[in-house]
Ligand binder design. Structure first.
Ligand code: CA
Length: 427
């Protein structure tokens, strides 16, 4: 076991019950306060710890890391140090924050390197190079195939043989808290002869998780399933906002375009694969047998509880509309990365691969309003008396994710976005 993952560890920094950020997590992010450059930080309880200040005081001296790597707009340079160093930094943070280790009088330094999370702004943690979106939940693909094609043949013939994916828009990935403007575009209602133009009326979320690439490959190089996790720095929660009406009209034959490219929201914290290691679990059995390059050994799925809440402007708290789990993924991240690179496609530090909508087996675990409301035929009753088939202006959609085992609970923080009314409504 990685020492920093020991369930017995406690921190001298207060960690409230149910916090996403006990000492066993130590995710990485980028924070900003007035009058200071953005810096790398970790989260502990309701505080952030500033890694630049810790470096300044020599805490990472023996790790041979340039202090400047901790004062950057993004985590890319830090991730590019490689897992040997980034894991060592996480382990060192664990030692600094550990209740029982008194190698340093860290509490004296606390006022310099700890800041309340409520006082800082969390920024987009990575400069995203390329963004790839997979479609790897069997339940989601089956639901969508059932609704839009044929319940008898819900999965297309390729689906059980390869992790289907497409290249998405990297530049419109935003951090949690960024308002999302309702997109406009072409739609073709079922009873219309010609397309119409206007605000999307079927705006949806997609509950996904993304993995962040921490090591690059050269063009022509492939990554095997056995090597894949060496290239994955960590994971984020990923809301792949989708305009279903725009999507339905535009997606043939090349796939989604403007229905997806207007925005995707990620959590500000990247939880490392080190921290997620105790939560490995078996994936679904794959039948038919996959081709040799997609075979894998060991546990490559992760038990990550997921939930989505919608809060209308008149509501005091989010109403949970979905509880799912990342472990349902039919294709795991190692298979996705092996498939992505099998043709020699390179990857770069900061690339993000998203899972595709993560739906579970039961209606309360479906990962999009499209499925939850079954194309609008089953509206969701909200606590304020209103109902939702899709997302309305003023709604805030919040996704949360956490792992729990042996008394340890680690999470990703909130991934939220509020929907603003459309602009550019004139065609
Ligand atoms: Ca998606």
């Amino acid at each position: 076991m990685i020492r920093a993952n020991d369930p017995k560890l406690t921190s001298w920094v207060e960690v409230p019950e149910g916090s996403d950020f006990p000492i066993q997590n130590l995710p990485f992010g980028i924070y900003k306060i007035e009058g200071q450059q953005p810096r790398v930080c970790t989260a502990i309880g309701e505080h952030i710890a500033d890694l630049y200040v810790l470096a300044e005081h020599g805490f990472f001296k023996d790790l041979d890391i340039d202090q400047e790597v901790f004062e950057q707009d993004y985590l890319n340079d830090f991730m590019a140090l490689g897992k040997a160093k980034t894991s060592a930094v996480r382990n060192r943070l664990s030692e600094i924050l550990d209740n029982d280790l008194e190698e340093w009088d860290a509490s004296e330094l606390a006022s310099f390197f700890l800041k309340p999370q409520k006082d800082v702004e969390m920024l987009l943690p990575v400069k995203v190079g390329d963004y790839t979106d997979f479609y790897s939940s069997r339940e989601h693909a089956t639901n969508v195939g059932t609704m839009f094609r044929d319940p008898e043949n819900a999965l297309l013939p390729n689906w059980l043989h390869l992790p289907v994916g497409y290249h998405g828009r990297a530049s419109s990935i935003v951090v949690s808290g960024t308002p999302i403007q309702r997109p406009v575009g072409q739609q073709k209602p079922n009873d219309a002869d010609a397309p119409v133009f206007g605000p999307s009326r079927l705006l949806d979320f997609e509950l996904e998780m993304g993995f962040v690439i921490g090591q690059p490959t050269q063009l022509g190089q492939s990554i095997s399933t056995a090597e894949a996790e060496d290239y994955i720095f960590g994971m984020v929660v990923f809301n792949d906002w989708s305009a279903r009406d725009i999507q339905k009209w535009e997606y043939v034959p090349l796939g989604p375009f403007l229905a997806k490219s207007f925005a995707s929201t990620i959590s500000p914290w990247i939880v490392t694969m080190d921290a997620l290691d105790p939560f490995r679990t078996d994936g679904p059995e794959q039948d038919p047998e996959v081709l040799p390059y997609l075979k894998y050994e060991g546990q490559k799925n992760y038990d990550i509880h997921l939930e989505v809440g919608i809060q209308g402007e008149n509501m005091k708290a989010p109403h949970i509309v979905c509880r799912s789990n990342f472990k349902y993924m039919y294709w795991n991240m190692s298979q996705q990365l092996a498939h992505h690179t099998v043709n020699g496609c390179n990857v770069n530090v900061g690339d993000i691969c998203a899972s595709g909508t993560i739906s579970g087996p039961t209606p309360d675990s479906y990962g999009s309003m499209l499925e939850i409301s079954w194309r609008g035929s089953k509206p969701v009753a909200m606590p304020d008396g209103s109902e939702r088939k899709f997302i309305q202006d003023g709604d805030t959609v919040t996704m949360r994710a956490h792992c729990e085992k042996d008394g340890v609970r680690i999470g990703f923080g909130d991934t939220s976005g509020k929907i603003l009314p459309a602009r550019n409504t004139n065609s």
